[in-house]
Design a protein around this ligand. Structure first.
Ligand SMILES: [Zn+2]
Length: 299
């Protein structure tokens, strides 16, 4: 089918050379995010939440690049998501170690020189050689595993704070899990962008998803059936009584800004459980009808 803008243009590949090159920007971004995490984590670190947040920031950068360069190659986003997550993780640890080393050396210099500036000047380079970054890092990691990660269960009052430290193998597993969370969040967000509907003919991402109507979750199966059969009037006839913010069935439409080809999905949410019951492409004429359904619903 010929649509406006489709004349004599080959579809854009899932990733272009320029797009691939642009993805390398995730390297400095991930390193910077890792350093920021270090500064925050130095004072406050929340298990699971912070690694996920840091990974989500990396994923945000990745998705922005994918959107800008129209990258739909999932493998590339998985690879760069993992790379970004790992770099963020390493930058955080490297910053932690560097800061601790600086403090440690300053303390040792003070101790050895007894506050004498001339002596301090002699001791500092010597101590820096003894506690080289690599040697210090090894000692730091050994000590970190021995001391372990403390899970503070801050209860009713500060006196009843319950601490349990995870040490040794558990510590390393938890640390590896942190890295996994960062990579996972970055990959997930990157993939979401890559999987968004894209119009080859117009060489454009579809617009933002909009709600055509919100129904009672009980109507989900009927809505999915009507959507599958293209019965938009029937879909528009369903009433939304009983739908709540946490429990509903949404009919969602995004469309190509060029040719008005649409992408429809029927999603049911009950509590935190979200399930897509139906999704598929819709022709411009049908997009128009769905816009009318939306107008009715909004009234
Ligand atoms: Zn289009």
């Amino acid at each position: 089918m010929q649509t406006p803008g489709s004349f004599g243009r080959a579809p854009r590949p899932a990733i272009t050379a320029a797009g691939l090159l642009s993805l390398f920007l995730v390297v400095p971004a991930a390193l910077a995010i890792g350093v920021v995490y270090h500064f925050i984590g130095w004072y406050l670190d929340l298990l699971i939440v912070f690694p996920l947040l840091a990974g989500a920031c990396v994923g945000g950068v990745l998705a922005t690049l994918a959107k800008k360069h129209k990258i739909r190659a999932k493998s590339a986003l998985i690879a760069f998501g993992i790379l970004g997550g790992l770099l963020c993780f390493c930058a955080r640890w490297a910053s932690d170690i560097t800061q601790t080393r600086e403090q440690f050396i300053a303390m040792r210099v003070q101790k050895r020189s007894g506050g004498n500036p001339a002596l301090a000047q002699q001791w500092e380079p010597r101590l820096r050689r003894i506690y080289s970054p690599l040697r210090f890092a090894k000692a730091y990691l050994r000590l970190a595993a021995k001391e372990g990660t403390t899970i503070s269960d801050v209860g009713s009052s500060s006196s009843s704070v319950h601490n349990s430290a995870i040490t040794g193998t558990g510590f390393w597993l938890l640390t590896a899990f942190d890295a996994l969370l960062m990579c996972g969040a970055a990959v997930g967000i990157g993939l979401k962008q890559a999987g968004s509907p894209f119009c080859d003919s117009c060489d454009s991402w579809y617009g933002t998803e909009r709600t055509v109507s919100r129904l009672n979750p009980n109507q989900s199966d009927e809505a999915a059936k009507l959507a599958g059969a293209g019965q938009w009037a029937g879909l528009g006839g369903l009433r939304s009584a009983g739908a709540t913010a946490k429990s509903h069935c949404d009919i969602l439409l995004s469309k190509c800004p060029g040719c008005a080809n649409g992408f429809l999905s029927v999603k049911r949410q009950v509590g935190n459980n979200i399930k897509t019951l139906w999704k598929g492409a819709v022709a411009p004429a049908d997009t128009q009808k769905l816009e009318e359904v939306r107008a009715q619903w909004l009234q």
